[in-house]
Design a protein. Sequence first.
Length: 345
Amino acid sequence: MTIASMRQQGQSVRAMARTLGRSPSTISRELARNTGADAAYGSHRAQLSCQARRRAARPLAKLSSDSLSWSLVMTLLDWKWSPQQIAATLKRTFPNEAARHVSHETIYTAIYAQPRGELRRQLIACLRQGRGTRLPRSRGTDRRGQIPEMVSIHVRPPEIEDRVMPGHWEGDFIKGAGNKSSVGVLVERSSRLVLLAKMDDATASSALAGFTAKLNAIADPMRKSFTYDQGKEMSYHRQLAAATGVQVYFCDPHSPWQRGTCENTNGLLRQYLPKGTDLSVHSQDELDAIADSLNSRPRATHGFNTPLAVFSHLLAMAPAGSSSRSITTCCASVLKPPTQSIYES
């Protein structure tokens, strides 16, 4: 009001600045911004203009609770889809509706912009890691001893590394509370198809029985090699190779990146099998249902096709072999709806 009153009295800009204790340039900009071509400066009009500029400088977030895509994004997060999968699916589903398109970064921003409370905790729990920051992997001295007659990953054929040929698998154990329960994980490198095997414990005998059963359930052309770390549960690798016909390779100690596909899959599985829980309560049917859910989710590396679809295509294109199950039978099993296990005969 002081500026408006002094303006009406014909006071100079410098006089206004001295009265208000401000720089003359500040007063000059205020008058230039809020003086219309056909009206004098007024305090009420200046305040309205200021509020309008502030609203324009901070537009509403594209993904807010009243936006078109909010409920759909929240539903897909609850289905354990990643923000990247959701963003790509929205663009494919609504190609001509730009208002429904949001990037994965926009989804992350919307989640972490939530105020502290139950909704924020629920949304963060839907993310892959379930936490705001990543923890460094601890390293220590290898105390597990040596597995006899190991074949190093460094002599593995290059076509396995390049993912040119399907049928090459990576494996691991994920452990439950106190390392007292475990689940065997198998991931096909080309398609990223996941198989889960229930284990009675984390011994070499259980690993041999569980991995043998799962690998023998796969048609011969899609069962060629198996890469594992140097865990003692793979002490019976020669028996596994004899029972399944796969060549077993071992990674270097403390080198999880050499089995990057399986390590990434373990992170995805922790949404279903959280750390610190008893994994022995899950039956084989329940583990198969978890694998089906993961195999039915679109993956960026496949152009957002599912591992199930990619594996079935690779299986259909594989040459016929001397499998105890025909290619047709195995392919039909893979193509069952997600509500049925792909491991059923």
